[in-house]
Structures are given as structure tokens and as C-alpha cells.
Design a binder for this molecule. Structure first.
Ligand code: ADP
Ligand code: MG
Length: 698
């Protein structure tokens, strides 16, 4: 049997391959670029490109591609072969440094939100040497950033790299103030837990809604759902186990550190978590993971659903973004230390996060906003749409003690003096129990739990890195100019706690009373939907912060707001159109046929002149014809609400019309159709039911 060690990373041009295939000089120069962002010489690029090509060709690759992440949320690739004609009529295989560094795809069809006129079709892709190249199928994939000719970012990677750089710069300033001059860089680290559903291809193919939209738009509740909690962490079924085995293997070959796998709460729902790594690489790997999941599923006759809410009334899928900050030597800056000095530093970083989450709640909320995720947030299965932070009682107690100068009970009733006292050791168990919090401290990292399963983790981490970098920048400005470092530090931390403690909430986030308290007493924002939150991207404080740190230009922010709203609109419009066609072409005709059948039975019964008190058939036909009329009328209404969108004045208004009129009409139509499903003979119903789909994989 093959050993994991032998094939792990075999399709990755990683450090091991670089060392083995590059000259010492080229290797060290590339390493400087990777670690410290030093500029890359073209001669080095040529040498790297050539080594990459030789390595890839030896592994059977014929093409290369610049692999990038446009604002569609998925990845894009355009393949070019390595061949180049030789004078003798044959071909040679070539790949130059120039081709490695820069590509010029015809990018006119990618969303740009007005940043690139369509006549100005080209954008360019630029190599990101901090993420390893890899082979997928027969193609060498080179992770790249994607920009317009004017230099505007048209992707998720560019601002992510900029946000990591901003965090790096500000965190190094803080570390220096604490006497750490040896740290070369600081990076945010991420481990994303990916949830997904697996159903059989046979069921999937029979549902137009799944095929067009990734979720079911109709479907009455199955007799059994998740109420027994028998799926969570349950024994993994053989077919699923085979899928997981294959998936792990494919991911390991690509150097993805797939680690944990288990069944999730809903029937047919599962989770995969990798070991955390640098945010940039974690983001690339998560995109790859989602892609490979779908490919491997299809090999097993299955379909992997990454939608946030594939089934109504059953838990949806999210993605928990575990986030921390670490130095190049591996010191986790969110880990409480053993000495008072380390602890003061920890508390400062902790406060930077508290301040960031409170100041930029809106950015965190909108970084995860999609039409799909709107079904989860606030629906008592995922965190509410109100952003708050869970710190656990112990840490909250410590912060209270600092704020009020009162003794902290855990530390032998002493006052907590920063730089003097040691923090009590936090027990991971007591910090990890609150599953309802959107943003939870889990001992040495934060778990941001609002992300949807299909979201790129890029957006959330751009906002998180930037917001924390901004807090650190403000702190560093003050501390660098302080006469008395310790007193200033103490006062600053106290002030942060006092000003921002409203964001800390350790209670049950599903409780309605919390939403009331959060919004009415604490003044936290509650943006229920994508159209509610997305326009706030351009609020002045947000533009000031993100442009100030160099993460986005104002034009880029405007284009992103428009693209995200367009994505929202398009998604819902496709769903609504799918509902209209399923209703007219499948549901109405099926119910009509069944009710004609029952009507005949009712007539037959009458000719028999059976004496009856209750006439089942007549009653059913009545119910069905009322429903038929209702479904037809609601379908017409939905259609009209879609037509009305043509009158919208711009994308903001269109998205509001969708929220206020299209979506409510979709729900009404669904209720009527689902009722019809429960009254109709299953053999007449035109597609598989929830029970069929959710229990299809054995
Ligand atoms: P749980 O479901 O209990 O929250 P999992 O084991 O499913 O935990 O996932 C935890 C994730 O957090 C993993 O991806 C893990 O690698 C990641 N993680 C652990 N430590 C850190 C850290 N310091 N920084 C970022 N991510 C981390
Ligand atoms: Mg988990």
C-alpha cells in the first residue's frame, strides 16, 4: 500500500522540489521573495520557470495556467500548452520567466463592477510566489493575482495579500515596542472548517432546482430529519467513507493538509477541516478543496452540495474560519504567555481584535453576505446576523478586573497589573462551548463562524486582517510616542475595554432577547440581508480605514459593492425563474393529472351510490383545485415581481426590490407547492422528495 508520506505534496512545486531543482543562488533569491516580499529578478524568474516546466512535464503536464480568483467567488484558469514550434517542423517545450510572472487573459467576461470597460478586454494576472504552484490534471497551475490594466484589483487574492502586509507592518511595530526585534514577519493563520452535503447523482439529476441553483426551491419536510441527532459524529457510511478516502488522497497530493472528517448535524451533511496555515495559502487551498470535493464526488456517482442552505428546515452549511496571528518563528500572538510581559502583549493583541470587531462589525458582516448565506444567519442554526464576540467567563473576568482596577478572583485576589501579573491559564474547554457566537475566542485563536460554506474565505480575512491592523496602527502610534510605556499601555487597554465591551457577549446568541438587547441597549448593528449590509462598505469610516491601509482604493470598493449586489440579484433571479418554470412545467401539470384521477374516482364512487358520511375523493379534489388555483396565481405574481425589476433604478434599488418583493413571493409559492406535495400521490410527483434525497446515500 502506498504510504501518505510518499505521495503527500507530490503534485506541488514546494520547498522540497525547489531545493532539489534550483541552483543555490536561484533558490535563496526566490526564498527571499517568498518570505520577505523582495522583488524578483527576471533571470531568477526564468530559472524558476524552466525548473517548474521540467518538473511538471516529467509528471505528465502538457499545459500551464495562471490560476486566479475573480470576483465570481470561484477560481478561473485558461490553459496554454508548453509547445513552441522548432525550425525542423517539430516542437520544443518552453516556459519563460515572463510567462510565469505575468499573463494577459481576455478577461472581459469577469465581473469588474465598472472598473474595466468591456472594450478594454484585457486584464493581467501576476504570479503570487507565496503560494506554491501545483499540477491539476495535466496542467501546471500558477497561483496569481488578477488586475485591470489600470492596476485595480479584480480578484480576492490581491486585497488579501495587501491586508496581510498591512497586518504584518503594524504587528511588527507593536512587537518592537515589546522588545522583539528578531521577528522578521507576522502573518495571520487560518484553518477553515468546510461543511458540505453529499447526495446521489441520480437524485440530483432529477431536480432542476439543484442543477440550476445548488439548492432545493421546493420540498415538503421529510418524516425524519435531524431531530434524533443520530447523524452528528455518527459512523460514516461505506460509500461516504470511500469518497472521503479518495478526497483526502487527492488533497494530500496537492499539499492540502486535510485532517479532520466527520458527519455533521443534518442527514447527508459532513465536514472536513485542514490543519491551519498561512491565510493566503489556506484561501487557495480552500478553493481547491471545494473544487476537488465536487470532482471526487462525481467519480463516486455522488454530488457534493456546497450551498449554504440546500434544504429548508434542515441545518445549512457554514465554514468556520479559525484565525490567529503568528510570527515567523511560530509564536502565536493570541496565545496567553507564561510571563507577565508576554501577557501584556497578549492582552494588547486581544484588545486590538476586540476593538476591530466592534469598530468594523459591518465589514465583517458584509464580508460573508451572499444570497445563500442570508438563509442561515439569524435562522437559529448559525450565528445571528448581529456580530458579537465570545471571550468566555475567565477572560471576560480578567478584562473587567483591568477595566475597574478591581482584584481578579482567579489570580489570588490580586489586582491585575499589566506587565506585573501572570494571567491565569485558560481552560480550552471553558472557552469553546458557546456554539452560538459569531466570533469566539477558543483559547489561542478566534473562530469566525458567520461564513457560508460556499464563500471564499478571502473576503472575511481581508476585513479581519485589515480591521486588526488598524487597531494595531492606532496603538503603535500612541505607544511609540509615550513617555511612560507601561502606564500608556495600561490606560490604552483599559480604554479599549471600556469603549468596546458592548461587543462582548457570552450568552446564547439564538435567544430573541439577545437581539433586542444587542440592537436596543448596546447599539450593535443587525443587518439581516445582503442588501441591508452591502451598501455600508462605502461608509466613510470603512473607506478611510481600507484605503488608509492600502488594502483597497475607493474605486475598488465601489466596484466590489456593485458586484456583490449584482451576484445577489442574479442568484435570486435565477432561483425565481427556476421556481416559475418548475411550477408551470412540472408541479401544476402533475397535480392537475392527479386531481383528474381522483375526480374520476369520485364520480365512480357516486355511480356506485355507496352511502357515505364523508367523501374522501370529493374533499381531496376540492383541496387540490383550490391549491392549483393558488399555485397558478402565485406563480403569476412571482413572474410579475421579476418583470418589475426592469424599472429598478440601479443595483441598490434592484437588490432591495428583490429582498422586499421577489423573495417573499418565492416563499409563498413554495408553501403552496409543498402543501400540494403532501396531498399528491408520490408516483405523480415530478421530482424526488426530501426523504428520497437526504437518505439517498447508503
Ligand atoms: P472544532 O470543530 O472543534 O472547532 P476542528 O478541529 O474541526 O475544531 O477545527 C479547528 C480548526 O482550527 C482546524 O482547521 C485547526 O487546524 C485550526 N486551528 C488550530 N489552531 C489554530 C491557530 N492557532 N490558528 C488558526 N487556526 C487554528
Ligand atoms: Mg469542526
Amino acid at each position: 500500500m502506498e504510504k501518505i508520506m510518499d505521495y503527500f505534496g507530490c503534485n506541488v512545486f514546494d520547498d522540497r522540489v525547489m531545493k532539489a531543482t534550483l541552483s543555490e543562488e536561484v533558490y535563496s533569491s526566490l526564498k527571499n521573495t517568498i518570505d520577505e516580499g523582495k522583488e524578483l529578478d527576471i533571470s531568477v524568474a526564468n530559472a524558476v520557470a524552466n525548473a517548474m516546466k521540467d518538473w511538471a512535464v516529467a509528471k505528465g503536464a502538457t499545459h500551464y495556467t495562471h490560476w486566479f480568483q475573480p470576483l465570481t467567488g470561484i477560481t478561473a484558469e485558461k490553459h496554454d500548452s508548453f509547445i513552441s514550434p522548432s525550425p525542423d517542423g517539430g516542437v520544443i517545450l518552453e516556459f519563460s520567466g515572463k510567462e510565469l510572472i505575468k499573463g494577459e487573459p481576455d478577461a472581459s467576461s469577469f465581473p469588474s463592477g465598472g472598473l474595466r470597460a468591456t472594450f478594454e478586454a484585457r486584464g493581467y494576472t501576476a504570479w503570487d510566489p507565496t503560494s506554491y504552484a501545483f499540477i491539476k490534471g495535466k496542467t501546471l497551475c500558477i497561483p496569481t493575482a488578477f488586475c485591470s490594466y489600470g492596476g485595480h484589483a479584480l480578484d480576492k487574492k490581491t486585497p488579501l495579500l495587501r491586508s496581510m502586509e498591512a497586518l504584518n507592518k503594524q504587528a511588527l511595530r507593536i512587537l518592537k515596542l515589546f522588545g522583539n526585534t528578531s521577528a522578521k514577519y507576522v502573518r495571520s493563520m487560518v484553518g477553515p472548517e468546510q461543511e458540505y452535503f453529499l447526495i446521489t447523482k441520480e437524485m440530483y439529476d432529477q431536480r432542476p432546482d439543484l442543477r440550476y441553483t445548488g439548492r432545493t426551491l421546493f420540498g415538503a419536510k421529510a418524516p425524519k430529519g435531524q431531530e434524533m441527532n443520530d447523524h452528528y459524529f455518527g459512523a460514516i457510511k461505506p460509500k461516504v467513507a470511500e469518497f472521503m478516502d479518495d478526497l483526502n488522497k487527492e488533497l494530500w497530493k496537492l499539499g492540502v493538509l486535510a485532517k479532520t472528517e466527520h458527519n455533521e448535524v443534518a442527514p447527508a451533511q459532513h465536514e472536513l477541516a485542514p490543519i491551519y496555515t498561512t491565510t493566503n495559502i489556506a484561501t487557495d487551498h480552500n478553493q481547491l478543496t471545494m473544487e476537488i470535493m465536487q470532482k471526487v464526488a462525481s467519480k463516486h456517482g455522488l454530488v457534493c452540495l456546497l450551498h449554504e442552505k440546500p434544504f429548508a428546515g434542515v441545518n445549512g452549511s457554514g465554514k468556520h474560519n479559525n484565525w490567529s496571528i503568528a510570527t515567523d518563528s511560530g509564536q502565536n500572538l493570541l496565545s496567553p504567555g507564561d510571563t507577565p510581559y508576554e501577557n501584556a502583549q497578549f492582552l494588547l493583541f486581544l484588545c486590538a481584535v476586540i476593538k476591530a470587531v466592534d469598530d468594523y462589525q459591518d465589514l465583517l458582516r458584509l464580508s460573508v453576505a451572499t444570497a445563500g448565506n442570508d438563509h442561515r444567519l439569524g435562522a437559529n442554526e448559525a450565528p445571528p446576523a448581529v456580530v458579537s464576540m465570545f471571550l468566555g467567563d475567565e477572560l471576560t473576568g480578567v478584562l473587567e478586573a483591568i477595566e475597574t482596577d478591581k482584584p481578579y478572583k482567579g489570580a489570588e485576589k490580586q489586582q491585575m497589573r499589566l506587565g506585573v501579573d501572570v494571567l491565569p491559564i485558560f481552560n480550552r474547554d471553558t472557552t469553546d462551548r458557546n456554539r452560538t457566537s459569531p466570533f469566539a475566542f477558543t483559547g489561542n485563536k478566534f473562530e469566525f463562524r458567520m461564513l457560508g460554506s460556499s464563500n471564499s474565505i478571502g473576503c472575511a480575512n481581508i476585513m479581519l486582517n485589515s480591521a486588526v491592523a488598524e487597531s494595531l496602527r492606532i496603538y503603535a502610534d500612541r505607544l511609540e510616542n509615550a513617555d511612560d510605556f507601561e502606564t500608556t499601555l495600561h490606560e490604552m487597554i483599559r480604554k479599549t475595554i471600556k469603549d468596546h465591551k458592548r461587543i462582548i457577549f457570552n450568552g446564547n446568541g439564538y435567544d430573541n432577547s439577545w437581539i433586542k438587547e444587542a440592537t436596543e441597549v448596546r447599539g450593535l448593528s443587525n443587518y439581516r440581508t445582503t442588501p441591508d449590509c452591502m451598501p455600508h462598505l462605502l461608509d466613510k469610516k470603512n473607506v478611510d480605514m481600507l484605503t488608509g491601509l492600502g488594502v483597497f482604493s475607493e474605486e475598488e470598493m465601489k466596484s466590489r459593492r456593485d458586484i456583490m449586489l449584482e451576484n445577489y440579484s442574479k442568484t435570486v433571479i435565477i432561483e425565481a425563474n427556476t421556481m416559475v418554470s418548475m411550477s408551470r412545467e412540472q408541479i401544476l401539470p402533475a397535480v392537475e393529472k392527479y386531481s383528474a384521477f381522483i375526480a374520476n374516482a369520485a364520480i365512480a364512487k357516486r355511480t356506485l351510490s355507496v352511502s357515505i358520511k364523508y367523501d374522501y375523493e370529493t374533499d381531496l379534489v376540492r383541496k387540490l383545485s383550490v391549491l392549483l388555483n393558488r399555485i397558478a396565481a402565485l406563480t403569476g405574481d412571482l413572474d410579475e415581481s421579476l418583470l418589475a425589476l426592469h424599472d429598478a433604478d440601479g443595483i441598490i434599488q434592484e437588490s432591495e426590490m428583490i429582498r422586499d418583493s421577489v423573495i417573499p413571493k418565492m416563499s409563498e409559492l413554495r408553501i403552496a407547492c409543498d402543501e400540494a406535495e403532501t396531498l399528491t400521490d408520490k408516483t405523480y410527483w415530478p421530482f424526488p422528495t426530501y426523504g428520497d434525497i437526504l437518505f439517498s446515500v447508503r
